[in-house]
Each structure stands twice: as C-alpha cells, then as structure tokens.
Design a protein. Structure first.
Ligand SMILES: *Cc1c(COP(=O)(O)O)cnc(C)c1O
Length: 222
C-alpha cells in the first residue's frame, strides 16, 4: 500500500493493522520522524517502534511513554550498544559474534537478557549487511556463542533486493523462510522472522514473515 498525504498517521496505521494477519507483528518504523508523529501512532494504539540510529532512539525513549517497545532495526556499532542496553526490546540487525558479545556484556551490566535477531544476507546487493548460511551455522555452533547467557537469539531478519521484480523478492524471502525453518528445528527460541517493509510486506507475509517493519506507509516519505 502507498501512503497518502491526505490521510493521517492514525488512518494509515489502522488500515495497515487491519490488513495484517493476527500472527504478524507490526513494527512502526519511525526513524527521522519527530516525537509528535510517533505520539499520533501511540495514541492510535501502536506500542512497537523501530529506529535505525541508537542516539535518536535513546532520545525518543527518554521523551515518550514507558510502555513502548523499542526495536533497533539498523546496523549497530559496537561502541554504541551501551546506550540502548538499558531499554531496547529487540535488536534486529545482529550480524557478528563480536557484536553479540558486546550486547551480552552490556545486557549483563543492566541485569537483563536482550532479545536479538540475526540478520541474514538475502539480497543481490553487496552493500546490505548480514550473514550467509555458513556463517550462521558457524556462529550458532561456536563455544563463545553458547556461553552468552544475557542474549537470546529469537529469530532471523532479512532485507530483499531493492527491485521491481516481484519474483526476485519472493525468491529471496522464500530463501530466508527456508533457512528460518531449518534452524527453528534446532533452536526452540527461534520464533520471529522479521521481513517486509512498506513496499514488500504483503509478499513477505505470503512467504511466512511474522514481523513487518513499516515506515513510510505509516508516517509518510522521509
Ligand atoms: C527504514 C527501514 C524500514 C522501513 O522502510 P519503509 O520502506 O519506510 O517501510 C524497514 N527496515 C529497515 C531495516 C529500515 O532501515
């Protein structure tokens, strides 16, 4: 669905929510948008917000009601993990053991267990972050990983290629779903498959997504 300038944030949000199956969770991606916009979504009932910069997310966290779940959806720099460790609910874009170790360390300091998704590279573009399947296996089987008790890997995240080709996007989402299903058998904590944005979330849901990250269709273009 395309956002409309004549429709309010509340209208956009409610329309999208109505179109989502019950098992699919909506992350409202509010990066670059002012707190007043986020509050409109909050007042319409939205409680999960996604941001891609730690500093921006922390500032919004401080200003907004405390029953919000904050999801970090962007690439995470190791040296900034400490700023979000006290409050972040789910980190979507984890793509290295080194980063997991830092999240674990900061979670321990805050006496928390932080939920994480491992980002898998499914797109054709070289620039998108993420692990391939071999790297995923290596990470999950490493002794270091097994000793991280303050993080919990609850699933996978991926981004499809930015293309008009629906068949290409479908192929990439199906690939991620296959990997997810394989690893779910061995990891009982695997529950979340985060895939789908404004332009491709319907396709992602058809391919088995359980969590969609939608920004511009709710808040307008950036
Ligand atoms: C910005 C962003 C989104 C949302 O994109 P829209 O096209 O605005 O819905 C989803 N996922 C990630 C990782 C993003 O950075």
């Amino acid at each position: 669905m395309n956002y409309s300038k004549t429709m309010s944030i509340q209208d956009n949000l409610l329309q999208i929510k109505q179109s989502l199956p019950a098992q699919v969770t909506l992350v409202a991606v509010s990066k670059t948008k002012p707190v007043s916009d986020l509050m409109q979504a909050y007042e319409a009932g939205q409680r999960i917000f996604g941001e891609n910069k730690i500093q921006e997310m922390t500032e919004k966290y401080e200003q907004m009601p405390k029953d919000i779940e904050w999801h970090m959806i962007g690439h995470v720099q190791t040296n900034k993990v400490k700023f979000m460790a006290p409050f972040v609910s789910l980190i979507h874009g984890v793509d290295s053991l080194k980063l997991l170790e830092e999240i674990n360390k900061q979670a321990l300091k805050n006496n928390r267990i932080i939920d994480c998704l491992l980002q898998i590279h499914i797109a054709e573009e070289e620039t998108k972050f993420g692990l391939n399947e071999a790297e995923l296996i290596e990470l999950l089987q490493s002794e270091t990983f097994k000793n991280l008790h303050n993080i919990k890997v609850v699933g996978l995240m991926g981004m499809a290629t930015f293309t008009e080709s629906q068949s290409q996007i479908r192929k990439e989402f199906q690939h991620l779903k296959t990997i997810f299903d394989t690893f779910k058998i061995q990891n009982s904590s695997f529950k979340i498959l985060s895939m789908g944005m404004s332009g491709d979330y319907q396709l992602a849901i058809e391919c088995g997504s359980t969590m969609v990250r939608i920004g511009s269709s709710i808040f307008g273009g950036r």
